[in-house]
Design a protein around this ligand. Structure first.
Ligand code: GDP
Ligand code: MG
Length: 442
């Protein structure tokens, strides 16, 4: 497995501290193999490796984990990132009904099945009035197949009139949906064995008639590289809004998901996990990352280690505050903690009624870049100056500003802020430390 391989790479490493470029490159060779084995498309692998290498070099290795484990965590996070992050957007149903969802994809990808699965979900989980229509006039009995599934999940299907063209069916479906006050109309379009121009033209004509709010590309995760090519051709021709990845219950390692997201730039909204109508899941990037890497245990271990370091840091800081001490190192640690909590926006977002404050903060240029800038300023001070900022004379301030790519006035602002916080710390000490403060409010 990848962990054994990475273990080999890092066994020879004893030292801690920052990850060195050569070590990261060695590790990335193994990660590359793991991704290719998981069927991730080669250009996507290349891009991914470049991004992660850049991110990993120079990162500090946490206490109590090995460099290899740290790299696994970095790779895992980058995978989740590339898969679109943890917050997968749901279906966009904010429009005047009937809201149309158009399903596109090759024959056999699981379009019809996914159409019925989504219809069931919308009806049962969101209480929507749903209708389905099959525009597949190519495949024998395709329309009947959707009708059968409709009966099974209790969703109406547009009555079949043989001999009609897809555009005619689409027009009729729109009329029926309006007449029956349907919330969501799902259009199951025809597939082909291969992408061809006729298929694309047909899709565009149907889209022109129905103005779909969502156009979901259905792809079979087992088809690997083919799935990537299919996604590329569809993405170039229609405005996709998302992807449904089917057969995730099979033994595909999930590489298609990574490629799909990278190639289409669109979120994977659902994963099909079986033939049954219930077998549809909201897509979870972390699960897929785990499937690709097979390293869930290491990831959660590193997360715990990072958590422990945060707690230790916070405790150390609290202790110093108790003693009325607060130097630039403490300020820097606090800035780091703010960043790890999601930055200023996150802090503002946590407090009710802070939307305005957040906007004001952004308007005044007080955004997360400020945190980074302050960190850079402290980084340009000497260790002695960090402990005793009073050492910073005019000449040194100019040097520090230069060294951190900021202005002297930024340095002064930081010093003023530190001074005020330091005063507050002394007040806290006078009141009996943090415990005394807590007692006052308790
Ligand atoms: P279409 O040609 O794109 O409409 O594909 P269908 O919806 O007819 O599906 C083709 C076959 O794949 C059917 O036998 C489905 O039951 C099966 N299928 C669809 N989605 C999944 C899935 O997520 N997992 C599994 N195991 N089978 C699926
Ligand atoms: Mg079908």
């Amino acid at each position: 497995s990848l962990s054994d391989r990475l273990g080999g790479v890092f066994d020879k490493l004893r030292g801690r501290g920052a990850l060195k470029e050569q070590d990261v490159l060695d590790a990335m060779r193994e990660v590359r193999i793991a991704l290719l084995e998981a069927d991730v498309a080669l250009p996507v692998v290349r891009r991914f490796i470049d991004q992660v290498t850049e991110k990993a070099v120079g990162q500090n290795v946490l206490r109590s984990v090995t460099p290899g484990q740290q790299v696994v965590k970095i790779v895992n996070d980058a995978l989740i990132d590339m898969l679109g992050g943890e917050d997968v957007p749901g279906l966009d149903l904010e429009a005047v009904p009937p809201i149309v969802i158009m399903m596109v994809g090759l024959q056999g990808s699981g379009k019809t099945t996914s159409t019925a699965k989504i219809a069931k979900l919308l009806k049962e989980k969101q209480g929507k009035k749903v209708m389905m229509a099959s525009l597949d006039v190519n495949r024998p009995a395709a329309q009947e197949q959707l009708q059968v599934l409709g009966t099974q999940v209790g969703v109406a299907t547009l009555p079949i009139i043989s001999g009609q063209q897809p555009t005619e069916i689409a027009t009729r479906a729109m009329q029926a949906a309006r007449l029956q006050a349907v919330d969501v109309l799902l259009l199951d379009t025809a597939g082909r064995l291969h992408v061809d121009q006729q298929l694309m033209d047909e899709m565009k004509a149907v889209a022109a008639i129905s103005t779909p709010r969502e156009t979901l590309l259905v792809v079979d995760s087992l088809t690997g590289q083919d799935a990537v090519n299919v996604a590329q051709s569809f993405a170039g021709q229609v405005d996709l809004t998302g992807v449904v990845l089917t057969r995730m219950d099979g033994d595909a390692r999930g590489g298609a998901a990574l490629s799909m997201r990278a190639v289409t730039g669109k979120p994977i909204k659902f994963a099909g996990t079986g033939e049954k109508m219930e077998a549809l899941e909201v897509f979870h990037p972390s699960r897929v990352a785990n499937r690709i890497l097979g390293m869930g245990d290491i990831v959660s271990m590193v997360e715990k280690a990072a958590e422990a370091v945060k707690v230790e840091d916070a405790e150390a800081l609290a202790k110093r505050m108790d003693q009325g001490k607060f130097d630039m190192n403490d300020l820097r640690m606090q800035l780091k903690q703010m960043q790890s909590m999601g930055g200023l926006g996150m802090l503002a977002g946590m407090m009710p009624g802070m939307k305005k404050a957040k906007a004001a903060m952004q308007a005044s240029g007080m955004d997360d870049r400020v945190l980074l800038r302050m960190d850079a300023i402290i980084g340009s001070m000497t260790p002695k100056e960090r402990v005793n900022p009073a050492l910073l004379n005019a000449k040194r301030k100019i040097r520090v500003a230069k060294g951190s790519g900021t202005q002297v006035q930024d340095v002064n602002k930081l010093l003023k802020m530190h001074m005020e916080m330091s005063k507050a710390m002394k007040q806290i000490k006078k009141m009996g430390g943090l415990k005394g403060l807590a007692a006052m409010f308790g």
